[in-house]
Design a protein around this ligand. Sequence first.
Ligand code: NAD
Length: 262
Amino acid sequence: MKIDLSGKTALVTGSTAGIGHAIAKGLAGSGASVVINGRGRDKVDAAVRKLEATGAKVRGIAADVSTASGCKALVAALPEVDILINNAGIFEPKDFFDIPDEDWTRFFEVNVMSGVRLSRAYMKGMLKRNWGRIVFISSESGLNIPAEMIHYGMSKTAQLSVARGLAQLTRGTAVTVNSVLPGPTMSEGVETFVKDLAKQNWQSVDEAAANFVKQHRPSSLIQRFASVDEIANMVVYVASKEASATNGAALRAEGGIVNTIA
Ligand code: NAD
């Protein structure tokens, strides 16, 4: 199978770093014209330059997708896309009894409403042109709710619900809406978190990463963090023309942590 996305425009939210950047690189490597997004102009420009150096067709739009005005500005700058990857997301371990209302709202705005607003803006065009892909980057934490960040788990389950609901609207068309569920993945954001753990416990970063998986994700079959490219590979496939029979699905790339068959 050769994935060819030439002629398609893809927007990846939160793609200046981490999983989003790997997805942008993967889509561009398959021929798509890719739009990088992040909040700050400088980081967006740096990420664009990094991909341009690989020969990618790429541009950048700085916009905060956690706000209605940020999404509006993004859509004004980019009125149509063929592939929308709702990747931007935040996470933070916090005891349930210490999570204030504002954090619940913030997690919902960044992790859920960004994808809701952008899907509302782009999906009609996809249905009209009878081709499109929307992918929500959820998490295995949407199925196995982590006791140390219930607000994050809530937002990741909500994404699964929105994605499945939107897929119902594609009946009989060549548009698909799916979610991808990564497990622990060594993105820049997670690397910072693991480095902090390592410092607290007087461990090397590798030891801290291995311990994290053993302690917090004992059911993992791969017993390690995934790389950002391993997640991006799944996303590029589901965004491809070849994935035309996969719709309304929650696709796992979580190393087997979730111990169920379906
Ligand atoms: P990261 O922190 O490494 O990168 C996140 C990116 O999103 C950055 O480029 C950041 O600038 C951008 N971003 C954050 N808020 C934004 C906003 N309001 N508007 C625009 N851009 C914004 O994160 P990551 O680990 O690569 O995670 C990416 C996605 O994958 C998230 O939705 C996360 O929940 C999900 N995920 C990550 C893991 C993991 O272990 N890394 C596991 C499961 C799911």
